[in-house]
Design a protein around this ligand. Structure first.
Ligand code: AMP
Length: 596
């Protein structure tokens, strides 16, 4: 393994990062730094999260920037506010000795006038989310004519979030004479297109095998009934007292619901999603970072790019539809060489997804069992005993209190005392888990009742409906965004929605029959790009809705989503805002056509 000096970095920079605890470069740093230091190449780096990407581009960038010149020389684009702040903070640490260097972070959801003021003072590096940068460009605050380096970080995620048009706008208005460095955890077609359209003979670096993910992550899953997922989560958390984890849900509603339940049940948990204000998000992230918060329940977008050290577990309350989301989620753990567990709590109908992810990652998932009540109690007890063994005794101060304590306990044997101490904490668990049922389901493949006509034991969907909706890929929808819309307008949680089949101009989704009417009603009068959204029941239950449908879809209520020019989607007259699916960047911005 090389040292940082051998990569061509200056002594000052090497010393700064050494003081930060970086002793030797990570593989991406070892490969990328010498290439980027030449200052005349485009680069595509396919690297998972947590591999040290920021230093891989940040260190050479700092070497190449002319800090005696106040013009803006580098632009770093990142999908979320959190990641932008993280990048700036890393760059500021790396550049501790560079007195004339100025870096500014710009993102939506924060005061634009402060950002404008800072930019006007002259900054060499701008770290931005795409939407806010477009805003600043249109106000002619940012001058990109002297840009020499453009870095697209987590490019796949920016595209997933609908920033394609913004990125095109930004890249096409910049001088040709610049280097573009693109980093991405995955390489879908859209990312390829960016490299084709805006880069010249880029050097390509692939860390590990494509899509293979971080070796240090142990991928596990448990199979339970949908309705038992929360119980399984609790059991798992009780079984793992030292857990420090992120729990991923597909929609904001689910995120909130699970966090609320956990808090009510006495766990140290909080939620992170796009509907929180910036201040709320900052507070949650602060307490998670300093580990006063043990369980962070988050949507995919909100938790994107967070770099918190020591996360032991990533828990998926369901398998995400997109492969990239699984990679991004699990990449929150096992960072900087540590080990971590990615645990999916799935129902039978999701087993197929596990197999797909296994194939794509070329990694085997291990099926584990939900611990039984007895096992949880046993583990809890051992953890308690461990704590007793480890506790630091303040001999001096406790001495004066002890005679009275000894006196109180004098009639009890050592065994009695041990039992009683253990029981203080333990009784609660014993009580709770006394008759705990076995939550495990056998792994036999589920067949979907409403497709095949046979139920394989997945209670949640025994009476499911398949619904046609006249929007699809052509409306820039992804499965996650469509799910979000169903949850928003239908006012349901993600777990009542089954398979989503996204086609060109239309899609199908499956839903627990109990909610069919509610969802159909919820979409009344909704429009996408001036087109009325139409839902139809497909399959055997079709007839019962066909008449009602006509009057519903041509009602007077009018809501619209997508296709706007920069606003958020809101209901026309009411106060029901878009919420599910976390379609907005966590910086509170999302613009243009690419939204859905
Ligand atoms: P990143 O992929 O840039 O988000 O980095 C992931 C984590 O690894 C961050 O906490 C970095 O501070 C840390 N890190 C990056 N490079 C090194 C290195 N060479 N040695 C030790 N830690 C590093």
């Amino acid at each position: 393994m090389k040292s940082f000096d051998a990569l061509g970095l200056s002594g000052q920079l090497v010393e700064t990062i050494r003081l930060m605890g970086f002793e030797s470069p990570t593989p991406i740093q070892e490969q990328a730094i010498p290439i980027l230091l030449t200052g005349n190449t485009d680069l595509v780096g396919l690297a998972q999260t947590g591999t040290g990407k920021t230093a891989a581009f940040g260190l050479p960038l700092l070497e190449l920037i002319d800090d005696s010149n106040r013009s803006t020389q580098a632009l770093i684009l990142a999908p979320t506010r959190e990641l932008s702040v993280q990048i700036t903070s890393d760059l500021e640490k790396f550049s501790a000795g560079m007195k004339n260097l100025s870096i500014v972070t710009v993102y939506g959801g924060a005061s634009i006038s402060d950002q404008i003021r800072k930019i006007r003072q002259g900054v060499q590096i701008i770290v931005a989310t795409p939407g806010r940068l477009i805003d600043l460009l249109s106000r002619k605050v940012v001058d990109l004519t002297a840009i020499r380096y453009v870095i697209l970080d987590e490019a796949d995620e920016m595209l997933n979030m609908g920033f394609k048009e913004d990125i095109d706008d930004i890249l096409s208005t910049m001088p040709k004479q610049k280097n573009v460095w693109l980093f991405s955890a995955t390489m879908p077609r859209e990312v390829r297109e960016i490299s084709k359209n805006y880069m010249t003979n880029p050097q390509e670096l692939t860390m590990g095998e494509r899509n293979q993910g971080n070796e240090n992550i142990d991928h596990q899953y448990i199979v339970v009934d949908d309705r038992d997922k929360y119980l399984a989560l609790k059991r798992f958390v009780d079984y793992t007292p030292d857990i420090f984890g992120v729990i991923f849900c597909r929609t904001k509603i689910d995120t909130q619901k699970i966090a609320e339940h956990l808090i009510k049940d006495g766990y140290n948990a909080d939620s992170l999603h796009g509907d929180l204000t910036q201040m709320q998000r900052d507070r949650v992230m602060r307490s998670f970072k300093n580990k006063t918060l043990q369980l962070l329940v988050a949507t995919d977008v909100a938790a994107r790019g967070i770099d918190v050290s020591g996360i032991t577990h990533v828990i998926h309350m369901n398998m995400p539809d997109e492969m990239e989301y699984y990679t991004h989620r699990s990449g929150r753990t096992a960072r900087a060489g540590k080990k971590g567990i990615s645990l999916a709590i799935i129902s039978k109908k999701e087993i197929g997804r596990i197999q797909q992810v296994e194939r794509s990652l070329k990694r085997k998932f291990s099926k584990i069992n939900v611990p039984s009540g007895d096992e949880v109690c046993q583990n809890k007890l051992l953890a308690l005993v461990h704590k007793v063994k480890q506790v630091e005794v303040n001999e001096e101060e406790i001495d004066s209190f002890l005679p009275e304590v000894y006196h109180e306990l004098k009639d009890l044997t050592k065994e009695d005392i041990i039992k009683r101490f253990a029981s203080i904490e333990f009784n609660r668990f014993l009580e709770y888990y006394r008759d705990a049922k076995d939550l495990n389901k056998s792994e036999g493949r589920a067949t979907r009742s409403y497709e095949s006509g046979s139920d394989a034991g997945d209670d949640q969907f025994i009476t499911g409906d398949r619904i046609f909706i006249n929007v699809g890929k052509m409306d820039d929808l992804e499965k996650g965004t469509l799910l979000g819309l169903i949850c928003d307008f239908g006012e349901v949680t993600g777990d009542v929605v089954g398979k989503i089949d996204l086609k060109g101009a239309y899609s199908f989704f499956e839903v627990d029959k109990k909610y069919t009417e509610q969802i159909m009603k919820g979409f009344e009068g909704v429009e996408v790009r001036g087109r009325k959204v139409r839902l139809e029941l497909s399959g055997p239950n079709k007839e019962q809705y066909s008449d009602k449908k006509k009057e519903r879809f041509y009602g007077s209520k009018k809501e619209s989503f997508g296709g706007g020019s920069g606003g958020e989607r809101r209901s026309g007259g009411g106060d029901r805002r878009s919420s599910g699916g976390d379609r907005r960047s966590s910086g509170g911005e999302r613009k243009g056509r690419g939204r859905y």
